[in-house]
Design a protein around this ligand. Structure first.
Ligand SMILES: Cc1cc2nc3c(=O)[nH]c(=O)nc-3n(C[C@H](O)[C@H](O)[C@H](O)COP(=O)(O)O)c2cc1C
Length: 201
């Protein structure tokens, strides 16, 4: 059965006119054009209390909704600003909540493609943040795509319509998203063909 892959975007900045958010929105739009279903969690959607293992906070509707989306996701794209050389605390805290999916049928982000984008002022911050995102993706048992995207300075600028101004940025994001989408189709097919627990074939 051919089902549309579901791709979740997390953007880890609360700043007004956030470049991270604009890049995440543009990427999600591109995935929709290519037949995927998308959901974008912006910074304000990720303002969860600090993660505490075994927490009751997971019963909050916004966290339940987030965890449900992550559990069902066929791929996840993490878009983070560089904060002191690494992933923003906001995004890392939201990612830590994925620990609550440790006992899920597909634990954490097991087998899912993970696209990574770092948005920074300088090249060094962009590179170290991207490396951290990819390491986190592996720790979640996901598959960071071969290409991750590190954007610094004007590489992350967008026009008034939210389109990245720099051609190379658009090209890199398209390649990375192409990799995310093609891998996500494997997960979507498996999800569609999964036999409900307890049934015999
Ligand atoms: C608390 C803080 C720490 C930052 N640390 C770095 C850094 O280490 N390296 C860097 O290149 N940029 C750093 N920046 C700049 C941001 O990464 C950059 O402005 C980015 O575009 C912010 O994303 P946003 O527009 O989505 O908020 C920092 C910004 C803030 C607010």
């Amino acid at each position: 059965m051919n089902v549309a892959p579901e791709i979740i975007f997390l953007s880890g900045s609360l700043s007004e006119d956030s470049k991270t958010r604009l890049i995440a929105d543009w990427c999600a739009g591109l995935c929709v054009e290519r037949g995927a279903l998308t959901q974008v969690f912006r910074g304000a959607d990720l303002e969860f209390p600090f993660y505490r293992p075994g927490t009751k906070a997971r019963d909050r509707p916004e966290i339940k909704n987030y965890l449900r989306a992550m559990e069902k996701a066929d791929a996840v794209v993490l878009v983070s600003p560089a904060y002191h050389g690494g992933v923003s605390g906001l995004l890392k805290n939201a990612i830590d909540y994925i620990n609550e999916l440790g006992e899920a049928s597909r634990p954490l982000l097991d087998g899912r493609a993970i696209g990574c984008v770092a948005v920074a002022r300088g090249e060094q911050g962009a590179a170290s943040t991207l490396a951290m995102l990819r390491t986190i993706g592996h720790a979640l048992r996901g598959w960071p795509t071969p290409l991750g995207v590190a954007l610094s300075n004007e590489q992350a600028h967008t026009d008034s319509g939210g389109v990245p101004r720099v051609e190379r940025t658009r090209a890199q994001l398209k390649v990375m998203l192409g990799q995310v989408i093609s891998h996500s189709r494997i997960s979507a097919r498996r999800r569609a063909n999964r036999t409900p627990a307890g049934t015999r074939q």
